[in-house]
Design a protein around this ligand. Structure first.
Ligand SMILES: Nc1ncnc2c1ncn2[C@@H]1O[C@H](COP(=O)(O)OP(=O)(O)OP(=O)(O)O)[C@@H](O)[C@H]1O
Length: 413
């Protein structure tokens, strides 16, 4: 396996969150303000740079990641390294989450939604998705559903359905966005219609909030259901046990564009804007806490795992003292914000996760805070499970759904 690649060779094994840092080019405001360069970018790391002395800060830390993308990187490269492996797994029925994190104006929206001359992850994903479906000659059928969720001031709503409120409900141990309308797309043309709506609704959202930067978290939720119709709709029990192509799989992909945090002292925000900022900073700090708790849990359990394999009394004593000094959290604070509650299933390990942490080299403190968050995230361990349907009745239900969806879509488009 190439260094830094997402480890998907053995899905039932523990693996880690893939963490990338993307450095955006300097923007006009920074160029005009004679911005100073505070970071030196290496192939897989960043180091603090002293702009006065024009050298790396002596004895400073090196921040290392799975991937570091420089100012000249196109989003296609980010997609190939960070998103594409997750999408390939989604075709086999594994959930995935792609999370863009960073301070305000660090390039999160650019990375996800792109610009005229640099396609964003969402469009690149659509190209990839429908190419894969077209190239599949096995006769498998796919149902693709898309929903767009907004979290604004701790309220969860459906951006594709008049901002209807969404309730986060727990079902069979999973958190589901109850009330979310999901649109079914059969090909790239359907997808383009939906993404045009997504872009429109995001713009309306921006106007509604009277803002220049994202004051809400938006989550594009894509469900890929795939099933095998080669045996003319009959359910093959033997195939059900096949690891590679079970008759029915489902995977949920989340593309998360987080609101950027800001310091009130820097922006002087008041009134509604101040309330937005407090909510954004609160939910981001809950996310940081959850990531920290999960990473602590991972280091304790991996240490326990290592020591039990050679059953050594000294190792056992060390584990005991470690558990005493850094106890495994009794619970993870998922419920403390809507964002972490919605992402609970993913963060808790049942999804491949890639984080793109966006930064600028023109800021020291804000970039450092993102880099520290990214370091914590690197430690989280995950063990995604394949989502496969296991009974003939579930299979028949899906067949009926496909049948009706095709009828409805043929009437709509
Ligand atoms: N890789 C890039 N290449 C060129 N321009 C970029 C890149 N990344 C960001 N930018 C530009 O930087 C500015 C800020 O980017 P963007 O709006 O994506 O930030 P953000 O992190 O989403 O901000 P916020 O949290 O405030 O919404 C925009 O003008 C965007 O076009």
């Amino acid at each position: 396996m190439e260094t830094g690649e997402l480890d998907i060779s053995s899905p039932s094994e523990m693996t880690k969150v893939s963490v990338a840092v993307r450095v955006r080019p300097l923007i006009e405001r920074e160029k005009k303000g004679d911005a100073q360069i505070h970071w030196q970018i290496g192939p897989q790391d960043l180091r603090p740079f002293d702009p006065e002395a024009k050298r790396i800060v002596p004895n400073s830390s090196t921040y290392t990641y799975d991937h570091v993308f420089t100012q000249s990187t196109q989003t296609q490269q980010v997609y190939d390294k960070v998103v594409s492996p997750i999408v390939k797994q989604a075709f086999k029925g594994f959930n995935g989450t792609i999370l863009c994190y960073g301070q305000t104006s660090s390039g999160k929206t650019h990375t996800l939604y792109g610009s005229n001359d640099d396609k964003g992850i969402i469009l690149l994903f659509a190209d990839h998705l429908f190419q894969q479906i077209k190239a599949d000659e096995t006769g498998r059928q796919y149902i693709i559903k898309v929903g767009l969720i907004e979290i604004y001031n701790e309220k969860v709503s459906d951006l594709l359905n008049s901002y209807n409120p969404i309730e986060l409900q727990e079902r069979d141990g999973s958190i589901v966005p109850h009330g979310l309308e999901e649109l079914t797309v059969f090909d790239i043309d359907d997808w383009k219609k939906v993404t045009e709506r997504v872009q429109r609704e995001r713009k309306i959202g921006e106007t509604r909030m009277n803002k220049e930067s994202s004051r809400s978290h938006t989550i594009l939720r894509v469900t890929i259901e795939s099933f095998d119709l080669t045996s003319n709709g009959s359910f093959d029990e033997a195939q059900e046990n096949s690891e590679q192509s079970p008759p029915l799989t489902t995977a949920v992909l989340h593309f998360v564009d987080l609101a950027g945090s800001e310091k009130q002292s820097q922006t002087g925000a008041e009134g509604e804007r101040f309330r937005e900022q407090v909510n954004i900073n609160m939910s981001l700090s809950v996310l940081s806490r959850v990531i920290q708790q999960l990473s602590e849990q991972a280091s304790v359990s991996s240490f326990e795992g290592r020591s039990s394999s050679n059953d050594h009394s000294l190792a056992k004593a060390m584990v005991n003292s470690m558990v005493r000094t850094a106890p495994r959290p009794r619970f993870i604070n998922f419920r403390d914000s809507k964002l972490t509650r919605l992402l609970q299933n993913s963060l808790n390990g049942n999804a491949y996760i890639s984080m793109v942490c966006n930064v600028t080299i023109a800021s020291f403190e804000e970039t450092k805070s993102t880099l520290l968050f990214a370091q914590q995230a690197k430690k989280i361990q995950i063990r995604p499970k394949q989502n496969r349907f296991s009974t003939k009745s579930e299979y028949d239900k899906k067949l009926k759904e496909l049948h009706w969806l095709r009828i409805v879509c043929s009437l709509l488009y």
